[in-house]
Design a protein around this ligand. Structure first.
Ligand SMILES: [Mg+2]
Length: 364
């Protein structure tokens, strides 16, 4: 098979600020795998969880180095490629894993969710994200989302560098806006909070009561992820007995071993393809989490709709979809991902079901 790599820019319509900083634009990579007249597409890019960071440039170097070794190989059976994929960092593996899965589905003429026998009618609404900003700007962002889609799940980022008073003020104004929305529409609307590791244990404990009072239905990654696995799990264990709403691990949970380590101390995990290294591990994680009685969240970074379309193939297994990044891009190069109300649907075309809007420039 032949592997080609393209770089492309992604620019946010509204910059997103979280506890670790603000993102306005990123560069991502398109992986094209061609074999036997079929081309599979994959997307990857850099990201940062606070304790581990991957840069797009380093991912490109990894993929360029492995491309010549793919030339004598076939995309199937996938199992033969496992040792080679295991050499790569999670995001480099993700780019290749997505292109391989896309090739496989296209070769068989079926979308992945059908090959996995998942029910596309079982998908839940996605949350939409409100970044950190002054209260008036956060309310304006919420109104902008509601002008774009009938969002019934709102994810508010907290853990502000401006401190807990600012977090409490944001919580109050957003909870108020959601209550007014419920009364005006008569429909459901829920508030989730993601602190992105922006609190320490006393701050997180202090925030539990205001979160409960604001009707928050879910708390994601209150404490910073720690490189030392036992200490990281101990943070969740210390908070969970006091936490009145489901506690979800994101930055602390990359792969299946993380999920198994954290399972006794959380109510759910946020799976992201760039952390897991692609769909093979993510499918295993989603099925295992459900078997263990954990809720599955499926999230994104500053991803285009190819990455989110790949993740969408897993949505029938997901309680809390969080795939809104492509809805906030001015230059998404891909088409094929459908939104029904506020439900992101797994595409029904073969493979990941996604296509390039127009050809990108020359391979790098
Ligand atoms: Mg998160």
């Amino acid at each position: 098979m032949r592997c080609r790599l393209h770089r492309f820019p992604l620019t946010k319509a509204v910059p997103l600020a979280i506890s670790r900083g603000t993102t306005t634009a990123v560069e991502h990579l398109l992986v094209e795998l061609e074999h036997d007249g079929v081309t599979g597409l994959g997307e990857t890019g850099g990201f940062d969880t606070g304790h581990r960071r991957h840069d797009t440039e380093a991912i490109a170097v990894e993929l360029e180095a492995i491309a010549p070794r793919l030339e004598g190989l076939s995309p199937e059976p996938l199992q033969v490629l496992d040792p080679l994929l295991a050499e790569l960092s999670p995001p480099a593996r993700c780019g290749l894993d997505l292109a391989l899965h896309d090739w496989w589905g296209r070769r068989l003429g079926q979308p992945l969710h059908r090959l996995w026998s998942l029910d596309p009618g079982a998908c839940a609404a996605t949350s939409v994200t409100l970044g950190l900003a002054p209260p008036a700007a956060v309310l304006a962002r919420l109104e902008r989302w509601w002008a774009q889609l009938p969002a019934s799940r709102i994810k508010l980022k907290l853990g502000s560098p401006d401190g807990l008073d600012h977090d409490r003020r944001l919580l109050e104004v957003v909870a108020g806006a959601i209550e007014r929305r419920r009364q005006a529409t008569g429909g459901p609307c829920e508030l989730q909070v993601d602190a992105n590791g922006g609190w320490d244990l006393p701050a997180a404990r202090f925030m539990l009561e205001p979160l409960q009072r604001a009707g928050v239905v879910l708390l994601e990654q209150p404490l910073p992820p720690l490189a030392e696995p036992e200490r990281d799990a101990a943070g969740f264990a210390a908070l969970r007995p006091h936490c009145p709403m489901p506690l979800v691990a994101d930055e602390s949970c990359w792969d299946l071993p993380d999920l198994l380590r954290l399972a006794p101390h959380v109510d759910g995990v946020n799976i992201k393809l760039l952390k897991s290294g692609g769909l093979a591990e993510a499918l295993l994680m989603a099925r295992t989490a459900r078997r263990l009685g954990l809720g599955v969240m499926l999230g994104c970074y500053s991803d285009a709709s190819l990455l989110n379309g790949a993740a969408a193939q897993l949505l029938p297994l997901v309680r809390w979809p969080d795939l809104d990044s492509h809805l906030n891009l001015v230059d998404d190069p891909f088409v094929g991902l459908e939104l029904r109300g506020d439900i992101v649907m797994p595409a029904s075309a073969p493979g990941l079901g996604m296509a390039l809007r127009e050809r990108l420039g020359e391979p790098c």
